[in-house]
Design a protein around this ligand. Sequence first.
Ligand code: CA
Length: 504
Amino acid sequence: MNRRDFLKNCAVAAGGFALSSCAAAAEGLVLSNKTLESRIGAKRPNIIFILADDLGYGDLSCYGATKVSTPNIDRIAEEGMRFTDAHTPSAVCSPTRYGVLTGRYCWRTRLKSGVCLPNDPLLIDTKRMTVASLLKSVGYTTGCVGKWHLGFGERGPDWNGELKPGPLEIGFDYYFGVPVSNNWPPFVYVENHHVVGRLQNEIIKVIGTGKDQPILPKRNPEKLALVQTDKAVKFIERSKDEPFFLYLAPCNVHEPHTPNEKFKNTSKAGIYGDFIKELDWTVNEVTKTLDRLNLTDNTLLIVTSDNGAITTGTSADYIAKPENSTGMEYGHRPNGLLRGQKADIWEGGHRVPFIARWPGKIRPGTISDELTCLTDLIATCAVIVGKELPDNAGEDSYNILPALLGEKLNKPIREAIVHHSGAGMFAIRQGPWKLIPRRGSGGFTKPVRYKPKPGEPAGQLYNMANDLGETNNVWSQHPKIVKRLTKLLVKYREEGHSRPLRRK
Ligand code: CA
């Protein structure tokens, strides 16, 4: 179907969602073509995507933190754009990472709740297009440094042999980092297909989640950020002469909070604040490298997080395990004024900092209230490199380039966004309305879910325009909105995609 036929089909589509999807797609095509030619130019930019771990909406000083300052990340916001309504596709690690790399909601895969366990197989189908394979196909050098947490192998990882398939089989030329999560075994680094420093005849074995197994002496937690940052810098240095894509996933600020000695006592929010300072240092090492190699102007740099911060626990917990503190005893608010925390369906679980800098393209010091999702990376990259996504890739990805370039839009880029909690609870957001079909947090905040009493609303409906803290459930007052959003959520779940496809 050519573009004219496509628009004609849109025009005759009968009402409702089909029409609005087509219209949005048509508008997006017009905008992207125009902007591509006139604003981006022919030179392909380097793309660096920094995905922090468990960094909350209130953890950076450019998002309102007062007990910890993040001058280096703040400077990127001053030189670029800061988003206020950006969301992770899940409120926990692995499913968000799946969504970032594939542009598809993870609940469409076998992983319907929780995260990948240490012995889980690779979650991404090696035949599926990823951001890395897309960019590699047009000549980019692609690197993945940091936390992987998406499994290895067809039936699970062989820690003593080849860890394959893994990052290198889904489009990355290079991988170095922590294979699972910084708090889960095996406590090793993996480089490309192998555990780093495994001795001959040594057997590395993880039983279950392995939480009680001893730490192997192959990774010093207080050097995690230093080691991974160094690998990221070296990747940039050796890729400087060609367009490159770096997916950098620091372990900061997931617990245990283990800042290096040189960052201790550098914040007013305890060890958690110090761990954020270390993240700010990592980001600065990256930007310093770009400056030194004269790459800053031709690099799209994004800094964001994979889910909200954890805020459970009491002062007693902090005393027992200070490395798990989230600085609240010092008055720090990791998720700002949002309700809930990591894993929850409420905003604290998935609304995150999102900062983008691209000198000469993104206007400095700008703020965008556009509703976006981290799954949008692949569609945005596709437009940047002049490729059209096939229908079997990036099924939940929208091109956010018009927002980045500050285009005046007469409607939101996304028709809607689906949120998903750690326990597998859904929500859908469209315009100001956020519908959660069930009661409870769906995550770490108790109760996770419960049956409403007779006469109580069956689910939750919030107006995000005037109730950011999700304090006023207006489900019973707006039955038509409840019905409409419920129908849209069912449609997205059943159809296998939420972006308009080229053809059906
Ligand atoms: Ca996380």
